[in-house]
Design a binder for this molecule. Structure first.
Ligand code: IPD
Length: 269
């Protein structure tokens, strides 16, 4: 099983890197003045560009060649999990950053079996950083083994979060963040959930909590965080946290953050 999972990781990195190169070129053209087609999805803040669609198409085409018979679930073209391996793809995580010309966004690709990520890659088109993980074997940044931080207490912890596109969720998230801000060192919002989770793995954040992520946002990044030693709760796994909370924290503050999250009311509608 270990060998097969390593092969899945190799496929994930290869295909994510190819999609990242497409996105990098498209960004260069955009920054040079070329117009990019943009549409809104669920709300005016939820955008998709022609580049998201093109990158997902590339991922699907390459997976069909390299892994015929596997299933694919993608942010833009949908799909559903099936028996065997299901690939979960976010062609551009951080689409809003991409649209503004900011360099922080990523291609996220994970292989899941029975809904559990077994291998994954998060590739940043602009910096070229490759984040990878294999279940039970570890997590790496450009081949260097990752390990989470060990802050001594919650008050000294840097915590990442993010906001969903739905207004009702945002109102709840605003209440949650205002409660959290007085209990931690500071709060960050990068706009790229997969990279927030990778940042926990690298110790660039001590923890990350967001309410309302989709599977493609967390499928690869949560495995990277977990394999680097983070305590991870995925959406639906712990109803006390709220049915759709994603939680990743350095073990030294995970218990205190968990309690703070409950006190700050992320589970309330
Ligand atoms: C979004 C980003 C953002 C998070 C949102 C996600 P997208 O993904 O990861 O950081 O706060 O919840 O939907 O739309 O850019 O792929």
């Amino acid at each position: 099983v270990g060998v097969a999972e390593t092969e899945l990781k190799d496929v994930a990195v290869q295909v994510a890197a190819e999609a990242a190169e497409l996105v990098r070129r498209a960004r260069e053209a955009m920054v040079a003045g070329e117009a990019v087609r943009v549409e809104t999805k669920t709300t005016d803040t939820d955008v998709v560009t022609a580049v998201d669609h093109a990158a997902e198409r590339l991922v699907r085409d390459r997976l069909a060649e390299l892994r015929p018979g596997d299933h694919v679930l993608g942010e833009e073209a949908g799909g559903s999990p099936g028996d065997g391996v299901t690939w979960v793809v976010d062609p551009i995580d951080g689409t809003v950053n991409f649209l503004y010309g900011a360099p922080l966004f990523a291609v996220s690709l994970a292989a899941q079996v029975d809904g559990v990520s077994v291998a994954g890659a998060v590739v940043e088109p602009v910096s070229g950083r490759h984040w990878t993980a294999v279940r039970g074997q570890g997590a790496w940044l450009d081949g260097r083994r990752l390990a989470v931080s060990s802050p001594s207490r919650l008050e000294l912890s840097l915590v990442g979060t993010g906001f969903a596109y739905r207004a009702d969720r945002r109102a709840r998230q605003a209440r949650f963040v205002s409660g959290l801000l007085t209990r931690v060192r500071d709060v960050r919002r990068a706009g790229v959930a997969s990279l927030d989770l990778c940042a926990v793995a690298a110790g660039w954040l001590d923890a990350y909590v967001e309410h309302g992520l989709h599977r493609w946002d967390w499928a690869a990044g949560a495995l990277v965080a977990e394999e680097a030693g983070a305590v991870v709760h995925l959406p639906g796994a712990d109803p006390a946290l709220g049915a759709d909370a994603t939680f990743a924290a350095a073990p030294s503050i995970a218990g205190a953050l968990y309690d703070a999250v409950l006190e700050c009311g992320i589970g309330e509608v």
